[in-house]
Design a protein around this ligand. Sequence first.
Ligand SMILES: Cc1cc2nc3c(=O)[nH]c(=O)nc-3n(C[C@H](O)[C@H](O)[C@H](O)COP(=O)(O)OP(=O)(O)OC[C@H]3O[C@@H](n4cnc5c(N)ncnc54)[C@H](O)[C@@H]3O)c2cc1C
Ligand code: SF4
Ligand code: SF4
Length: 433
Amino acid sequence: MAENIETASYDALVIGAGIAGGEAALNLANNGFKVLLVEKDLSIGGKMILLSKVFPTLDCSACITTPKVSEISRHPGIKIFTGTEVKKIQKKSENNFEAIVVKAPRYVIEEDCTGCQLCEQACPVVVRDQYQYNLVGRKAAFIPFSIASPRVAAIDIENCTLCGACEKVCPTKCIDFTMEAVEHHVNIGTVIVATGFRLFDPLKIPRYGYGLYKNVLTSMEMERQLAPTRPFNTVLRPGDGKVPDKLAYVLCTGSRDATVGNPICSQICCMYSIKQAQLLMGALPMADVTIYYLNIRSFGKGFEEFYEQAKGMGVNFVKGKIGKITEKENGNLILRYEDINESVVKESEHDMVILSVGVMPNPDAGGFFGEGELKLDPFSFVHQTDLLGSPPETSIRGVFVAGTASGPMDIPDSILSAGAASSEAISYLNRKQ
Ligand SMILES: Cc1cc2nc3c(=O)[nH]c(=O)nc-3n(C[C@H](O)[C@H](O)[C@H](O)COP(=O)(O)OP(=O)(O)OC[C@H]3O[C@@H](n4cnc5c(N)ncnc54)[C@H](O)[C@@H]3O)c2cc1C
Ligand code: SF4
Ligand code: SF4
């Protein structure tokens, strides 16, 4: 519909507002360029805004992310569209791209919402909260999470019964069920792809029992239990609400494993598991934490010391390959594993198991341009055409990649990569002038 099409021009389009996309947008805007930052989710901040603390410094992740997110959202040079996806991008000529992005209806007028949460309190519908990785529920009228940006409500129309309770209590009358998707046709000079990564789906390894046994969690679910914006006030077993006292980590779940389609190292799982183990020892001082690993890859600055610190705190490290996990009647879990140092098969009992799931490519990146135009590498991450000379360059001149869209990396490397991508984008834009 014509009235739902809007047109505009920007210097740069940044796709994905995780730490990499946010950093790239900020660098561009601070250099005087007009940026459109497009985010699929309802909040900017990516995965980092949902983490607990960060390795190897144990700084609070939310405390680092929120000022950055606030700077991005207030910057006059950055226009942010949340709940928005890229439909198509076409390169018209050098320094001239045309993009169609579609902003889905939020059913709340963002500018008028005060974030009072009265709609949330009034809404009778409870569904699983994806921001707490399904550990608790949320309402159909909801603010994604307490430090979300923008901190405004949204209506989950798929689960909404249209009872109207939220509309009645909203003090600013900003809930609007007639909202429709708006297609934005934008002209831009350069594009930065910062669409991040997906987590490995542990259902692909049925012998680990994820989805079958309630006390088998993913590392992201544990991350939420340890975060300042956590769902409970302590760490709990989802099966029965018991505070666990014997926890196990299974490293390399879905990484370095060609049988599940991911032969590469995820680079972050060893360190985030060691981080979580340290945080658990602080949160549950009487608990035993065991990390089952194939190799510990503590390759970064301060990482080996961080590993040694965990050992010093009493975290058990077992070089072992997990064969199968089974559940006892009381919800405890039996890990059958090969003790690699002793070459024998052993069993151990834990009351909670955390699968350190790997980093997978986000397939969205390959679909923005014409078929095959934005080349992917053999593992389906965005291909870097000049990895040693100019890592942000892609197969399309004027399109750059930032952060984990090009492969697994931690936060410092994502920020470095975003700095490089924005610098290359600025040089590209300057060449036309
Ligand atoms: C359990 C866990 C713990 C971790 N702990 C640490 C730690 O302690 N220290 C550390 O350094 N690193 C840690 N990491 C790694 C860290 O999360 C990543 O390095 C970082 O999030 C990468 O940022 P990114 O912006 O590249 O990607 P992401 O955080 O994935 O952000 C990508 C953004 O793009 C958006 N997006 C995706 N597709 C589209 C689309 N089609 N259109 C528009 N937007 C889109 C997403 O919604 C998201 O907001 C951890 C990771 C996990 C899983
Ligand atoms: S109209 Fe929908 S979102 Fe609003 S209160 Fe009713 S169920 Fe919840
Ligand atoms: S939609 Fe209305 S009731 Fe809900 S948070 Fe916003 S202002 Fe408050």
